[in-house]
Design a protein around this ligand. Structure first.
Ligand SMILES: [Zn+2]
Length: 466
């Protein structure tokens, strides 16, 4: 099997993946600030990293995946003030929605740490940075002294100090590019006790603290959307390397490309944000997941309802093929000899499996991997036509393996109810033969309620789990 190669934003090179602990990948992905509905851009990033994780798992790695929740931030406070509610209410509403929607998309991190549950660790982190001379206390809060850290700009490639300016300039900062580690609370803002002032953590320090708490002083992969490279990830690196005396802190930095709407970045000001809940109200999460994975994670992906519609149609077809293959394999048994065509088909299934792995192992090229899956489906349909148990078994194996990454083609195992569905389909066929349409329709609609879809093709009926 080919080595896994990843594109590392830090070195701007493709590099062979070598983990700190053999067989284990420690991965941190920046999670959402929960002040509004999750949007399709969030889904893009989190599905991409879920695909990466599932491929690493398929290759035998254990993956420890940490994805945080930023549950205190200026945006949360502003939203609460705007609506005149407690900030915790905002957090509760949108974090609940986030987990619900991620669950539907098949994304579950091992740990979802929340900022407000890590205040003592954050204070300890900042305190250590002050003691080591990398941070200073000012009346408005504690700031990171960027000039003290020698590698600033390494991730973004921004070397010109004038380009480093971030956050509104506060006059008690030494330099405009220093960033807040701790912000003293203004009247009416939420606060926690600290050695410096009643206040709250800055955004960047949260991720440094929570990642090191769960993954250690160094770990393998840090991920996030491309717009986090500067300043967020640059600042995370500065803080962590300063505190832990390591370089590099994280070996591989992976970033997802933008999700655009009609070629434009989604933004509040353009009013073109597409809420994930609205997309999932119209489309099966599997369709959305497949559509998101149909683009390489680093490329720009343009949102488009028609593309979802097309994905829906092709996924339906593919799932039909897979469930027919499964039924054939479950009922069939080996003949003990193979035809010329079957030998060829089995070899082709092996080749397609290899090309799937080749695509995924080179920087997780899901669109290329999907092209192999489409070929597998074609081969599967040929195997079904020829009613070949052996070829069906080979191609089904390859599809099931690919589906450990995509998680869309194979229906969850409902094997024990299948004979009963078959029986009902048979009974319904008999009812139709006798022109007892109302009873036949009743079976169809009751099965639909139970998540079984019937598709009549002339006198025959195909079915699948919806
Ligand atoms: Zn982060």
């Amino acid at each position: 099997m080919k080595d896994i190669v990843v594109y590392n934003t830090l070195t701007r090179k493709y590099e062979k993946l070598e983990t700190l602990t053999p067989g284990l990948v420690k991965m941190y992905v920046c999670g959402p600030t929960v002040y509004d509905h999750s949007h399709i851009g969030h889904a893009r990033t989190y599905v991409a990293f879920d695909g990466i994780k599932k491929y690493l798992m398929l290759r035998g790695y254990q993956v420890l995946h940490v994805q945080n929740i930023t549950d205190i931030d200026d945006k949360i406070i502003n939203k609460a003030n705007e609506l005149g509610v407690d900030w915790r209410e905002i957090v509760e509403t949108y974090s609940k929605e986030y987990f619900e929607l991620m669950g539907k998309l098949g994304i579950r991190a091992n740990i979802n740490p929340r900022v407000t549950e890590h205040i003592p660790e954050i204070i300890e982190f900042i305190d250590d940075l002050i003691k080591k001379g990398y941070a200073y206390v000012a009346p408005s809060g504690v700031y990171f002294d960027v000039d003290k850290y020698p590698y600033y700009g390494q991730l973004s490639g921004i070397k010109d100090k004038k380009m480093w300016n971030q956050e509104t300039f506060v006059k008690d900062k030494k330099n405009p590019y220093d960033f807040a580690l701790w912000k003293c609370a203004k009247p009416g803002e939420p606060w926690w006790e600290s050695p410096w002032c009643k206040g709250r953590p800055g955004w960047h320090i949260e991720c440094s603290t929570m990642s090191s708490k769960y993954l250690g002083k160094q770990f393998d992969i840090h991920g996030g959307a491309r717009d986090l490279i500067f300043p967020h990830h640059e600042n995370e690196i500065a803080q962590s390397e300063a505190r832990f005396g390591v370089h590099p802190w994280v070996r591989y930095w992976l970033h997802t490309g933008y999700l655009t709407i009609k070629g434009e970045k989604m933004s509040k000001s353009l009013g073109n944000i597409i809420a994930l809940k609205d997309v999932l109200a119209k489309y099966d999460p599997k369709v959305v997941r497949l559509w998101l994975l149909s683009a390489h994670y680093r490329t720009e992906l343009n949102f488009d309802w028609e593309a979802l519609e097309r994905t829906k149609t092709s996924l339906e077809r593919m799932r039909m093929t897979v469930s027919a293959l499964r039924r054939l394999v479950e009922k069939g048994s080996p003949k003990g000899r193979l035809s010329e065509w079957e030998i060829e088909a089995i070899n082709k299934a092996i080749d397609l499996r290899n090309s799937f792995h080749e695509a995924m192992s080179y920087d997780f090229n899901t669109p290329k991997a999907l092209a192999s899956v489409s070929e597998m489906m074609k081969l599967g349909n040929e195997a079904l036509e020829k009613e070949s148990y052996e070829a069906s078994l080979a191609v089904l194996g390859a599809i099931e393996e690919a589906d450990r990454v995509f998680e869309v083609f194979v229906e969850e195992s409902k094997a024990d109810v299948e004979p009963f569905v078959e029986l009902l389909v048979e009974v319904r066929k008999e009812l139709r033969n006798r022109k007892l349409w109302d009873l036949a329709d009743m079976i169809r609609s009751r099965l639909a309620e139970l998540g079984v879809r019937l598709l009549d093709k002339g006198k025959e009926t195909e079915w699948r789990f919806a």
